[in-house]
Design a protein around this ligand. Structure first.
Ligand code: PMP
Length: 287
């Protein structure tokens, strides 16, 4: 069965789901998006993702030409039409086609696209043994230039850092902010455990406020773990007892090495493993 893509109100075979080459989403990365998981036909935390999409759009003065309720319905219909049981949804809104210039007043028809497909996950081995990462030399976008809280179609900043990770043989790379503080990885948020306390940078560190991150903080609090959003520097990461990343695709993934420093015992720590199990249960509606 050919994949059906929702585009501007219609479900079309993917070959026919195309955008104009004058679309500013293509010409300038001008648009917003979301990545969402489907677990057992249930679109996970859809409300939170739709909310973040509309907030990203508002921040870049992009008016999405449909209501959040209609967007929610479009996602559910696209998932059902493609028979997705466990998979991934990519929600994209572009600025629309315009002139060969930056002026948004010359653009029209923002494109609303929903793709429901399978998902490529990190290999099981990385969850069992933990992953190694490096710190990229590319820093996160300066929040005064472009807020990292906007999930925009322009991911060059993260892509450049990801290339550094790939060159070093790592699946992820840590990005610092303009102050040299720990921000997040290229597509995942970062957490550490020190003396039983769970710590992660706050939104003011210049991060995307991950929906998985927020869910993991909530699950940790419910489990009686102290959670702190605070400034972290690389030294804090190097001397952490445990380290893990969170993201829609990654869920909760342990990190056991960074910049050649072994974290804790060099194996996934107990709090990381506990939170990973709690998150899996929550995602599957077993909480
Ligand atoms: N940071 C960045 C830069 C991201 O792109 C993502 C999403 N892939 C995350 C963090 C994790 O966010 P979420 O849990 O909402 O997927």
């Amino acid at each position: 069965m050919s994949v059906k893509v929702f585009i501007n109100g219609k479900l079309l075979p993917k070959e026919q789901a195309v955008v104009n080459v004058y679309d500013h989403g293509l010409l300038y990365g001008d648009g917003v998006f979301e990545g969402i998981r489907v677990y057992s036909k249930n679109v996970f935390l859809l409300k939170e993702h739709v909310e973040r999409l509309y907030e990203s759009a508002k921040a870049i003065r992009l008016e999405i030409p449909m209501t959040p309720e209609a967007m929610t319905k479009a996602v559910q219909e696209t998932v059902a039409a493609n028979g997705i049981v466990d998979g991934y949804v990519r929600l994209v809104v572009t600025r629309g086609a315009g002139a060969l210039g930056l002026d948004i007043r010359k653009t029209s028809d923002p494109q609303v696209i929903v793709i429901a497909d399978t998902i490529t996950l990190y290999p099981d081995e990385l969850y069992e043994k933990g992953m190694a990462i490096i710190t990229a030399s590319t820093i996160r976008n300066h929040p005064g230039a472009l807020s990292a809280r906007i999930k925009s179609l322009n991911y060059l900043n993260n892509i450049l850092a990801k290339i550094e990770g790939t060159d070093a043989g790592c699946a992820e790379a840590l990005m610092l902010n303009h102050k040299g503080e720990v921000a997040e990885c290229t597509g995942d948020n970062i957490f550490l455990v020190k003396n039983g306390v769970l710590k992660t940078p706050g939104p003011d560190a210049g991060i995307l406020e991950g929906i998985t991150r927020n869910a993991v903080m909530q699950l940790a609090r419910e489990a009686g773990i102290t959670v702190q959003e605070c400034t972290l520097i690389r030294h804090d990461v190097y001397v952490a007892d445990e380290l893990f990343l969170t993201g829609t695709a990654a869920e909760v993934i342990p990190v056991v090495k960074i910049d050649g420093r072994v974290i804790g015992a060099g194996t996934p720590g107990p709090i990381t493993q506990d939170l990973r199990q709690r998150f899996k249960k929550f995602a599957r509606g077993e909480k």
